[in-house]
Design a protein around this ligand. Structure first.
Ligand SMILES: [Fe+2]
Ligand SMILES: [Fe+2]
Length: 311
């Protein structure tokens, strides 16, 4: 069989996208971000309306929780960049285009809702937040691979689950029930997005097993969180990992492995040539990641024990 062209793959998978879109529309329940925001906790800020300036003492969440919330919000804020990427990868023909519109509209409410919550409750510095948003959105999101459909579908399958877990764990970490409830609701959206992309990825594996396995291997072995271009991301992601909100162990056990198992990546028999090599590389990579995750959690445990002993 001749190698697949992008157009062939998009055309062949369009009926699958249509089916998944309909399944998504049946499963997704309408919800309203404004219902999740405690508006009566809010008041005017200084500046144009002459209210009170922000002060860290007003925040009811910890500094680490603020870091995670800001990273999650800036990640959601960068939606125009992701929209451009998936538009370029999928095109707008038929169900692909309808999905892109729907997905973008659902993602749009995540940033809206988190910002409304953060500003109403005075959880973070609004001036710093706005300046960071300007820098981050101006820079945009840079995909580490070509924007072909297979790599993009593989990336978003893992990324949606990563954001789901990150929102859910951030919500719990804040110990603010209002915030936890909001982020749990957003996490439900991310879960449905993951299911959509994972089901499309599964159909791609059945249609073009070798090419899809290569894309999965490329994506897993170079995976970066979508917010990785946020200024100071490395420092902040260390804080987030040390808090157990999102770390290598979670990434391996709760993001990569569940998707790979659901796709039966390790059992598939229809691979040949480069597909086989890609799977072997993937297995090696995962073993290395698993070891690194174990080392990280051991070091973190030791550090926590030392800190507890000092107290
Ligand atoms: Fe989102
Ligand atoms: Fe999503």
């Amino acid at each position: 069989m001749p190698p697949w062209t992008q157009l062939d793959l998009l055309t062949e998978l369009e009926p699958v996208v249509g089916r998944e879109l309909n399944r998504h529309l049946r499963a997704a329940r309408e919800w309203f971000p404004h219902e999740y925001v405690p508006w009566s906790d809010g008041r005017n800020f200084d500046g144009v309306l002459g209210g009170d300036a922000w002060d860290p003492s007003q925040s009811r969440v910890s500094e680490v929780a603020r870091t995670a919330l800001v990273v999650n919000l800036l990640t959601e804020d960068n939606l125009p960049s992701y929209h451009r990427d998936i538009y370029e990868s999928f095109g707008t023909d038929g169900a692909w285009g309808t999905w892109i519109g729907r997905w973008t509209a659902e993602e749009g409410r995540h940033g809206i809702a988190i910002r409304d919550y953060l500003l109403t409750t005075r959880a973070v510095d609004p001036v710093t937040l706005e300046r960071e948003r300007m820098v981050h959105m101006t820079q945009g999101f840079a995909s580490p691979y070509d924007l072909d459909m297979l790599h993009t579908v593989a990336y978003v399958s893992f990324q949606e689950l990563a954001t789901r877990i990150s929102h859910r764990n951030t919500g719990r970490y804040t110990e603010d029930p209002v915030c936890e409830q909001l982020l749990a609701r957003i996490a439900q959206d991310e879960n449905l997005h993951m299911v959509f992309y994972r089901n499309v990825l599964q159909a791609a594996l059945e249609l073009a097993p070798d090419e899809t396995m290569r894309a999965i291997c490329d994506v897993v072995s170079t995976f970066q969180m979508p917010g990785n271009t946020i200024e100071g991301f490395t420092r902040r992601s260390v804080q987030i990992a040390m808090a157990g909100i999102y770390d290598l162990r979670i990434h391996h056990d709760e993001v990569l492995m569940p998707v790979l198992r659901q796709l039966r990546v390790f059992e598939r028999e229809e691979l040949s040539g480069d597909g086989e090599s890609a799977r072997a590389e993937l297995v090696d990579f995962l073993a290395g990641l698993d070891n690194a995750a174990t080392r990280f959690t051991e070091q973190r445990d030791a550090r926590r024990a030392r800190a507890a002993a000092r107290r």
